[in-house]
Ligand binder design. Sequence first.
Ligand code: ZN
Length: 622
Amino acid sequence: MTGGFRPFLHGFILTLVLASAIAGGQRRQTPLRPDVFLITIDTLRADHVHCYGDRNIQTPALDALAKDGIRFAHAFTPSPITNSSHTTILSGLLPSSHGVTDFAIPLAADHATWAQLLKDGDGYHTAAFIGAVILDSKSLAPGLDRGFDYYDNFPERPSSASRWGRVERRGMDVVGRAEHWLDSHPSGPRFVWVHLYDPHDPYDPPPPYSQIYKDRLYDGEIAYADSALANFLDYLKRRSWYRNAIVVVVGDHGEGLGEHGENTHGIFLYDATTHVPLIAKLPQGTGAGKIVDAQVRTTDILPTVLDLLGMAMPAKLDGKSLTPYFLGDTSDRVAIGETDYPARFGWAPLRSIRTQDFKLIEAPHAELYDLQKDPSELDNLYAPGNPVAGKLDAILADSPSKMRPSALPDPKDKIQEANLLHTAMLASEDNRPDDARAALEEVLKLDPKSSTALRSLGELELNAGEYSAAARHMQQARETRPDDATTWLREGEARVKMGDFEGAREAFESSLKLTPGQTEARLSLGDVYLHLKNPAAAEDQFEAASLLDPNSIPAQLGTARALMAQGKTGQALQQLTPLTESNPKDPEIFDLLAQAYRGVGKPQEAEKAEAQARLLRQKNSE
Ligand SMILES: [Zn+2]
């Protein structure tokens, strides 16, 4: 299918090689590759973009890009949550295939990423600029940085009390950082991913968008994100890097805006949260202004780029190149949807399958919609034995996304709770504990056993210093979800503060039994064992933490403490000495070193270490 297009683009690349050979007066060995820019706009509903038919919003940058490129009118994400959806875009795989079905799940090393393929396959310089901490590869998106020379994570210890710079960056900040990187990496080829988080709630656009769109702030955020996109594209044009580049803009998912009762996104698989804008601008204006009406998927984006570059495809892909559409193909592709996000609240995960005509949603109460007659998906036609449902179900059953029937509650019956839990989460994130508590208490009125609400209340009490209340909430939360490692972890933290070290030991042990790879829990358990005068057990925990995170200073200091408590002062000294060189500004290391020197009968060295610790503390306080 792509045979007709590929020679064309290869011809284009060859033209560039010749042009550069003539300009430089010498032959180049490798073809000149186009730069590739991926811009993902978070939480962007297709029907809230001007060039997708919304006449009440101004999105001039997206509109202009569509004129310069190819606009896919019916593109669907398989996932309504940020991490899963972005992992799909970067891997060409469905969530069930890449495995990142919730936040903080690491992307397995055997799944190649876009950045890795371009870097290893063709020597691309690669960089990513993210707009939210949920895509931070140190915490909530481990493995997503694979293949990037530079991945612009958030600072380790953010000083800002406001959300800006701590959990979110404004679009202009993100593009500014990307432009700065491009300035310092002027020679190509380059692959740069820019993530504009702005339309994600809370909706808080800066002026003038806060005034122009004051009654619909979600649209204000979209218009603002569009202005950041404009800034970036203008920058590329000024540097003459636009015309030859491949530029892809895509939404990671949409937003419920109250449809089907869902305020935001993540729980449901209706078009409100799965239909996204997708625009691809090709080098030299190829295909400019084309609109593709056929149904396509965000899994198709990576294969398309690899196809355009004439690169080999990874062995496993759930998407297919979109280049046939550039040559006139009009066939629809079946779009699969998945969300496991409800499962984190104890509700059934959902699957969907969509053709241009029908959508089947697999849920405890299944749904079937005739999309031509009922595009808002309001009239559920599902009945057991329905032939359309049967046909769609068979396709799903044959896909990576197939799922066993769930006995958990249907998320449709829980959407009000989901909205309140989301409100509480945002309020906690923004340091408004009273608002969070009020929303959680509303959830408990609807479902007194909601483990998420109980756990979140426990966390609020923990932060407020109400430790026994916190421990009580965690115990209650576990009555419905006994397998939740986090409730045990938080109970352990509360019990440490209460001075109940035996209770804390049991809680941390239980948490680690469920999820062994928790560095923080190992460190806490090590400290608890020191309190319980069991330094050998403490040493084991600190050692385990060091194995999990070889750079962890607390783990290495903990090991030194546990060794000293066992009278193995010489070994502790060996542990500490290299740390004074790798971390010469940490007074705690010198305090421990002083203790160790005293233990081996070297008072002069001990005094020197103490003096150094005092000096460092003085410097740190200045
Ligand atoms: Zn998102």
